[in-house]
Design a protein around this ligand. Structure first.
Ligand code: HEM
Length: 263
């Protein structure tokens, strides 16, 4: 007979609840750890859902893909709300333990870079934070080499007869996406006759939901960071708020934004 399933055993609560190890006796450090850990857990789930959405898109099954994308949107909303909990930590509370963080920062989150790459925002320069042979490195290399969600969508556009050069969705591993007129023109055709191209139009709007929510998450992060550390440099070595503000211009699906001006 197998071991009886228990709540704590099934959920591995011993490991999970043993994984918060504040380095100081400062009250707020536990919150800081738990906020990062929950965010990493949600990123894991989002990556999982995006993988399923990509499988559906690649097979041309757009409606089942929407279901996964809708779930991602709900998770993104929860992730964004998390910043309100962080905002209850004052600058004085954070300064009590900030020095112990050394050079560590969310900047080095491998899952965050996998998530970006899965959407279409690839930047191989972040590999340097993860040593050769580490699981994180392997995970990030795989995400950089694989087609992104946007690549899969563009391939569907090409299959539907739109004039999309294969180079738009096939690049060397890790290469960043380069916005193109051909892709923007294809989306313009979709948006100019939504009745005719309803499935692709709906897909595009689901994508913009994801990009919008991701930017909202970034925006709330930078606001909260400014509230806590002002214009101090980041522990990860960037200038801090100035760097984070520049990330607000990053768009996973750039032509879906730019086409709106031309409609
Ligand atoms: C007191 C709380 C926090 C402060 C002051 C803070 C500050 C910063 C700063 C200054 C950066 C820029 C990189 C650097 O120089 O370090 C950064 C990046 C980042 N942080 Fe935070 N952060 C906080 C909490 C969090 C939490 C809870 C998460 C959740 C995982 C997180 C995730 C990230 C990510 C993913 C980046 C990379 C953003 C990008 O490069 O686009 N941060 N943070």
């Amino acid at each position: 007979m197998g071991e009886e399933v228990t709540y704590g055993g099934y959920l591995r609560l011993k490991e999970l609840l043993g994984a918060q190890q504040p380095q100081t006796a400062q009250h707020d450090e536990l919150l800081f750890v738990i906020l990062h850990q929950t965010m990493e857990l949600w990123m894991k789930q989002v990556i999982h859902e995006l993988g399923a959405a990509q499988t559906e898109v690649r097979s041309g099954n757009l409606v089942p893909a929407y279901k996964h994308m809708a779930r991602v949107s709900r998770i993104q909303a929860v992730m964004t709300q998390t910043w309100d909990i962080l905002a209850t930590m004052t600058p004085a509370d954070y300064l009590n333990f900030r020095s112990l963080l050394g050079a560590s920062s969310g900047f080095q989150s491998a899952q965050f870079r996998v998530l970006e790459a899965r959407l279409g925002l690839k930047d191989a320069s972040f590999l340097k934070f993860h040593p050769d042979g580490s699981d994180e490195r392997a995970m990030l290399e795989a995400a950089l080499a694989a087609p992104s969600l946007y690549d899969d969508v563009l391939e569907q556009l090409a299959k539907a007869g739109f004039d999309i050069p294969a180079a738009a969705y096939q690049r060397a591993p890790g290469a960043a996406y380069d916005p193109s007129d051909a892709v923007e023109n294809a989306w313009l055709i979709v948006y100019r006759d939504t009745q005719k191209h309803w499935a692709l139009y709906q897909l595009a709007e689901k994508l913009i939901d994801l990009d919008d929510a991701f930017l909202t998450w970034r925006h709330k992060h930078v606001l909260t960071v400014e509230r806590i550390i002002g214009r101090k440099r980041g522990t990860g070595g960037t200038e801090g708020v100035g760097y984070l503000q520049r990330t607000l211009t990053r768009r996973a699906f750039p032509e879906l934004w730019s086409l709106r001006t031309k409609l």
